[in-house]
Design a protein around this ligand. Structure first.
Ligand code: SAM
Length: 330
């Protein structure tokens, strides 16, 4: 599935719901967003059809996201059905971890073995604040359940915000030192109205690298492993169990190697997180289009993939997308 710039598009992020049990301040408006009804989002069978068709065209990796994917009823059974698609080599999950203690074992048994857990603070009060009500203990219980179930690697994704959690960099590094986790620091992106006004929070991850390096010996991980871990620049910690990663979509974008498509909960195929061009699959699926038509729409989305995003962290009023991140799935 080559696009116009010779990138092999073989990775699909699927948002299975726009609903979330948290309201992270940079991701979702305080008042919530208009929640779509069942009729407005793709049925599981429709998602399975899109994935099967895309696998026939060259897709090998799927990541399930949301909203919060674990709030959608029937998730475990759906994951099991996804696993049955021949040719799909890798299924992973991105979750805030709140419901993970309840589901970790079943999800693992269903065949999802790779998991990313979003966690922006290790401080109970700050976690409550940034998530507008989340309980940090739930996430820790979720992480423990994921470890017990056998997930490996467990990746912890931390969005960096200047003056909010940059002073926790060493605490996160200690976590990666003592546990076999990959902690990845991600630059905040001015995606929609919610986050666009927050460029004062922007902190290039390279500053953290220097701070952490003063306390732990970081050794860059080169080659294959780095490639298989997507856009993160990874470091091993000398004598530590885990790894540290830096994802810099703003200060050092990785568009030239971007291999992703995104399917939104309401059935739109997006070729770039930061570009509002979308192809409507739901309309075609709802009238039971044939496979050729579906394949044509998927190909159209791939050919619309822009060469790169034009995000610039210095523009404080930037508003890139009509959708919030929680609506696209990250
Ligand atoms: N609920 C799931 C979770 O928490 O991982 C999946 C959806 S969430 C939208 C996916 C990821 O996007 C989270 O790690 C979140 O922190 C990240 N995210 C949301 N808004 C962002 C922004 N403006 N910049 C960078 N990352 C963002």
């Amino acid at each position: 599935m080559l696009d116009h710039y010779d990138r092999d598009i073989n990775y699909l992020r699927v948002s299975i719901t726009d609903r979330c049990n948290l309201r992270c301040t940079y991701c979702r408006p305080k008042e919530g967003i208009s929640l779509k009804g069942h009729a407005d989002i793709l049925r599981y069978e429709e998602i399975l059809r899109v994935v099967s068709q895309t696998v026939k065209m060259g897709l090998i990796k799927v990541r399930l996201t949301g909203g919060e994917p674990l709030v959608r009823r029937g998730f475990v059974e759906f994951a099991g059905n996804l696993k049955k698609i021949k040719g799909l080599q890798d299924i992973s999950l991105t979750t805030n971890g709140i419901l993970l203690a309840q589901y970790a074992e079943d999800i693992f048994r269903a065949g999802i073995t790779r998991i990313n857990i979003s966690l922006d603070s290790l401080d109970k009060e700050k976690y409550f604040q940034i998530t507008r009500g989340g309980n940090l203990d739930d996430v820790f219980n979720g992480i423990a359940a994921a470890e017990k179930a056998g997930f490996a690697p467990i990746k912890i994704n931390t969005v960096l915000m200047k003056g909010f959690n940059d002073n926790e960099a060493l605490d996160f590094a200690r976590l990666a030192f003592s546990k076999p986790f990959q902690v990845r620091f991600i630059e905040i992106m001015p995606v929609s109205e919610v986050s666009a006004g927050r460029s004062a929070d922007f902190l290039p991850t390279r500053q953290l690298l220097e701070t952490i390096n003063r306390h732990f010996r970081l050794e860059p991980l080169a080659g294959k492993k780095n490639k298989s871990d997507g856009p993160a620049r990874l470091y091993k910690m000398k004598d530590g169990l885990g790894e540290i990663g830096f994802i810099n979509p703003v200060s050092d974008h990785f568009c030239s190697t971007c291999n992703r498509l995104r399917l939104t909960a309401d059935g739109k195929l997006r070729a770039c997180l930061l570009n509002d061009v979308e192809i409507d699959l739901r309309e075609a699926l709802s009238r039971h289009c044939d496979d050729d038509e579906l394949a044509g729409l998927i190909r159209e989305a791939i050919l619309l993939k822009p060469q790169r995003h034009d995000l610039d962290c210095t523009d404080r009023h930037l508003k890139k997308c009509h959708r919030d991140m929680s609506d696209i799935g990250g």
